[in-house]
Design a protein around this ligand. Structure first.
Ligand code: KDG
Ligand code: MG
Length: 408
């Protein structure tokens, strides 16, 4: 069996999804996702110029050897652009493998460990009352877990995770007016003074059963993060996400000395080498890698297994920018992983998105039910894809009031 060709598409409804389609001499094709939010043309170019030509003639069933060939063959290791490109190829090869076996990928990993995988939604509010309404909305939809972000009184601009337009969770991470980023202003003191009380009010309003998550988005220094984690301990958070800049892994040692709040980290990691120490030292409780950014199903399965040895559960990244293909790859792992925790999931299901990526995966009462279709369980309509082109977009950047650049 041989790979005969591959195509890369960039575009989508309100997003720049990077979709790879690998064709074979047996008519079976595989699909993969290389969407690197706000840098989408780069993995696409890497695939087209360097990786696709090398794949032609290879046996697509040898996904492990092909992964090693890509990773070691680049000589320069890791990095989000390369890993997203490898991730798309790896996903597509697993898709082909599943189609050849006539089985969903979760069966090839070891079968189902659960019927539905718990997901969390993004509740957001310009102020606390607005956020409370957003949480109620998700509870009415049957969600058991929500990530809560709200505007901070006196903060010069919206804080992380708060959209300018009420209810618009889609676009606060991408501004399609151009590639020059908007500037947001951050004030740590105001955040530290306000947010613990706001989280306590949310707990008081919604009771003990709601799983409450909160994303600090790397904005605090290690000592501040330790103070914040200690202050929010009575709330009983399901997790506190990215309390410190992800590169500073020792920061979490300090935090652990002061708080037992569960920590989730890893959405910016690209490989097992970014998180093996954090996992082995049990400095985190949830690992947040994404199958796309961390190089595909093959390496992420290794991360999940390592995490399982250390009682670290999964909580894969699933921001609004993730394509239905990447979410499907994660859903396949979530169905199997014995140490599954939760999945970040934002309903992508606009009619346009469903037309571009038809699938039988479904969300019901806050649980994601993986489809039993062979492979990833998602198709890609090339004719629909004709409607979309790459649109330049950007992340905001963050500065302090005096102009100092800060962590987004
Ligand atoms: O591209 C950046 C987003 O993926 C990120 O800001 C989203 O923090 C995020 C999350 O938890 O989904
Ligand atoms: Mg996050």
């Amino acid at each position: 069996m041989k790979i005969t060709g591959a195509k890369v598409f960039v575009g989508g409804p309100g997003k720049n999804y990077v979709t790879l389609k690998i064709m074979t001499d047996q008519g079976v094709y595989g699909l993969g996702d290389a969407t690197l939010n706000n840098r989408e043309t780069l993995p696409a170019k890497y695939l087209e110029d360097y990786l696709v030509p090398a794949l032609i003639g290879m046996d697509p069933r040898n996904s492990e050897d092909i992964w090693q060939y890509l990773y070691r063959g680049a000589y320069f290791r890791r990095g989000p652009i390369a890993m997203a490109a490898f991730g798309a190829i790896d996903m597509a090869l697993w898709d082909i493998k599943g189609k050849l076996a006539n089985m969903p990928i979760y069966q090839l990993l070891g079968g189902k460990s659960r019927e539905g995988a718990m997901v969390y939604a993004h509740a957001t509010g310009a102020d606390l009352e607005d956020l409370m309404e957003s949480i109620s909305y998700y509870l009415e939809q049957g969600y058991k877990a929500v990530r809560v972000q709200c505007g901070i009184p006196g903060m010069p601009s919206a804080s992380y995770g708060v959209s300018e337009t009420k209810g618009d969770v889609e676009n606060y991470i991408t501004d399609f007016s151009g590639i020059r980023p908007k500037v947001e202003i951050w004030d740590t003191d105001r955040y530290m003074r306000y947010m613990p009380g706001a989280l306590a009010e949310i707990r008081a309003r919604f009771g003990p059963d709601l799983k409450i998550l909160h994303d600090v988005h790397h904005r605090l220094l290690p000592r501040e993060a330790a103070e914040f984690a200690k202050a929010v301990e009575p709330v009983g958070l399901y997790w506190l996400e990215d309390p410190t800049p992800a590169e500073d892994q020792d920061a979490l040692t300090l935090l652990r000395q002061h708080s037992t709040v569960p920590i989730a980290i890893g959405e910016v990691f690209n490989s097992i080498w970014d998180c093996n120490k954090l996992i082995e030292k049990e400095l985190i409780d949830f690992i947040r890698v994404a199958v796309t950014y961390a190089g595909g199903i093959t390496p992420v399965k290794r991360i999940v297994d390592l995490a399982g040895l250390h009682n670290v559960r999964t909580g894969f990244h699933g921001a609004p920018s993730h394509s239905p293909l990447s979410m499907a790859a994660q859903a396949q792992i979530n169905a199997w992983a014995p140490n599954f925790g939760i999945q970040e999931y934002l309903v992508l299901g606009t009619p346009e998105c469903d037309a571009l990526f038809p699938s039988e995966h479904r969300l019901e009462n806050g649980l994601f039910h993986v489809s039993d279709a062979p492979g990833l369980g998602v198709d890609f309509d090339e004719q629909e894809a004709e409607r979309y082109r790459y649109k330049p977009g950007s992340h905001p950047i963050v500065r302090l009031e005096d102009g100092t650049l800060w962590n987004y």
